[in-house]
Design a protein around this ligand. Sequence first.
Ligand code: TRP
Length: 333
Amino acid sequence: MIKRILTGDRPTGPLHLGHYVGSLQNRVRLQHEYDTYVLIADVQALTDNFEHPEKLGDNIFQVALDYLAVGLDPEKVKIVVQSMVPELAELTIYFMNLVTVATLERNPTVKEEIKQRNFVKGVPVGFWSYPISQAADITIFKADLVPVGEDQLPMIEQAREIVRRFNRLYDKVLVEPRAMLGAVARLPGTDGGAKMSKSLGNCIYLGDSAEQVRKRVMSMFTDPTRIHPTDPGHVEGNPVFTYHDVFNPNKDEVEELKERYRKGTVGDVEVKQKLFAALDAFLAPIRERRAEFAAKPKHVHEIIMEGTRKGRALAHQTMAEARTAMKIAYKFE
Ligand code: TRP
């Protein structure tokens, strides 16, 4: 049987280069080999944006545009809106019995996110428990493979544990998913910080104009120990070179720049200009496709609705099997 992919994104804004190398690239590469579902996780986005639900509608549209822009084929890939599949909420509730409070409290990604966010009234239960809902996202579609960035590994592990418990306790209906990391599991931010993150303002977005990309690149952090262009510089851990390695297909140029940088015979400006050229060559076709789809919003809405309809049908089927396995498919006639 053809294997299935499920992965997704929170619609908190447009997607950036970190999303691309972490996961989007794998989806595009594998979409013809796998039955692919991509979830726009608006319910999860609400867990820390519940005060601004009015932004979700547009953000869902923007994320769908990014999917189509990078080359997800709407004839193949099902784009599914999470809140329109109520079966997900149902499965989440049943999964809650299979997870302990202690396990949730150990999730390193959630811990880190709680630190970053300033929950003044305390951590919402919905946010703290979102790994359970994410396990439902993955398993309701019986996904074999989940292409994600490194930060999502604890979620996949949580999903695997739940599947094992469910299948052992009730019946073997769920599939244990495997994570697949991107070519670059974690792309640093333009500020050299650990990762690109909207809240840190260190992102290059897939839909950014050439001018926005140029500005971001020219203001990137480089080697903090280097004062003059004639100082020998460090290439390792220097985000400008990390990006060159990932996005500049001209490996000879990159090697030459690295050599000159180490010797102190090239300035940051030249290295950045060449990075901008490489990034823009990569982003220009994406930007163009994005604009084409953005000009046909009704078409995009149809793609979303069709994907969601197919996703819901599959979710409905799995829920029926899960209820039967749990012996709660009552026949009170
Ligand atoms: N947690 C993911 C993120 O922050 C989004 C997500 C929701 C997801 N459901 C998923 C990812 C299921 C993979 C599988 O980007």
